[in-house]
Design a protein around this ligand. Structure first.
Ligand SMILES: [Zn+2]
Ligand SMILES: [Zn+2]
Length: 356
């Protein structure tokens, strides 16, 4: 076996080798204490023994830690993501991920406990009981959303046809609304809108797509280019995306014209536009605000490689074991890592990445 430095794989403390005990599953991971092993298990379970099936609560928990909607199919079925996707699109899945994050992280429910709720078929009842002692103002938006959408987790069968039609109708209505906001005629048919959209500049097309999806309350996910170009990459946690969406929503629906927005986007001055219209960014914490400012200062013309690195990592973390590798953005072939950190915000971000 390779010699290794005597250090705990959970807390990274240097310890004499005699003080460390290895994991009996794989014999390659070492811990200084039971507590460290227990804490590390939710990560280590994915590396330990590849022959043993992993309970879906661990996939869910990993999704919550990396703020990525799970892609593992059984996990999606077990914890409501499949139903959520059919009901209201991307945004419902984000709310659901927020709910589970709250349950696991803030209410401190263990993966084992969650798996038990699943096996018993008592998730709705248990979630309500877990929130019972949280004061109303501390419950966040997720519990209120859950109360409106309990059927997602009540074990009832998924009805694909009806909600899908509703989703299609909503998407078409949003396309029209965005088109009219961009100065198009309300009398244009969807075919005409599609044809005329093709003739627009890339910049206008990107903004139109962003308007259409904002109308549906759907914002970009890490798999999409717009996740970087509209600055969502600056959010270190899923909940940090909320104030970014709020800022855009207020700007788009209450303040500026489409042309103003598109021009500002094309000239990397979205933040200036928001400031001119006095759109509040108070919901953003300082780190998110600084990083958002950093991305948007050059988007969409160019990006620091570090933003692609983060996108790459976020996609990578949510991929299922055994799926083909995701290719990094071409900019990353040339350079990635600390050597490229040119500003403090780069360092903050990499720091956050490595802590995650
Ligand atoms: Zn330790
Ligand atoms: Zn192990």
């Amino acid at each position: 076996m390779m010699p290794r430095p005597p250090r705990c794989d959970a807390c990274y403390e240097q310890k004499p080798a005699s003080d460390l005990k290895h994991c009996v599953g794989c014999e390659t991971t070492w811990y200084c204490s039971k507590a460290c092993q227990k804490k590390h298990w939710r990560d280590h379970i994915f590396d330990c023994d590849p022959k043993r099936p992993i309970a879906t609560a661990y996939y869910l928990s990993r999704g919550c830690r990396t703020t990525l909607i799970p892609v593992h199919m059984q996990t999606r079925k077990d914890f409501g993501f499949e139903k959520a996707e059919n009901l209201v699109g991307d945004d419902a899945q984000k709310m659901l991920l927020g709910l589970w994050t709250y349950v696991l992280r803030y209410l401190d429910v263990s993966e084992k406990e969650l798996q038990k709720w699943l096996a018993e078929g008592t998730m709705v009842k248990r979630i309500k009981a877990a929130f019972e002692h949280v004061p109303h103002q501390g419950q966040g938006p997720y519990f209120a959303w859950f109360l409106e959408h309990q059927h997602i987790l009540d074990g009832s069968p998924l009805d694909v046809t009806e909600p899908h039609e509703a989703t299609m109708r909503a998407a078409m209505a949003a396309t029209r609304k965005a088109w009219v906001m961009a100065g198009g005629s309300p009398d244009d048919s969807l075919e005409t809108i599609a044809a005329k959209t093709q003739a627009l500049t890339c910049r206008d097309q990107a903004c139109l797509k962003f308007y259409q999806r904002s109308t549906l309350n759907v914002y970009p996910s890490p798999q999409e280019e717009q996740w970087v170009t509209f600055g969502y990459v600056a959010a270190m946690k899923q909940e940090n995306e909320v104030p970014i969406s709020q800022m855009y929503g207020e700007l788009i629906f209450e303040h500026c014209t489409f042309n103003e927005f598109s021009t500002a986007y094309g000239t990397s001055s979205i933040l200036k536009l928001a400031e001119e219209h006095r759109v509040s960014m108070a919901g953003m914490d300082d780190t998110t605000h600084a990083l958002f400012r950093d991305v948007m200062a050059e988007s969409p013309r160019r990006f620091k490689t570090v933003w692609y690195l983060k996108q790459y990592i976020d996609q990578f973390l949510c991929a299922e074991p055994g799926t083909p590798p995701i290719l990094p953005h071409r900019a990353m072939h040339a350079d990635y890592g600390f050597i490229n950190c040119r500003s403090a915000s780069d360092l903050v971000m990499l720091d956050e990445l490595y802590r995650a």
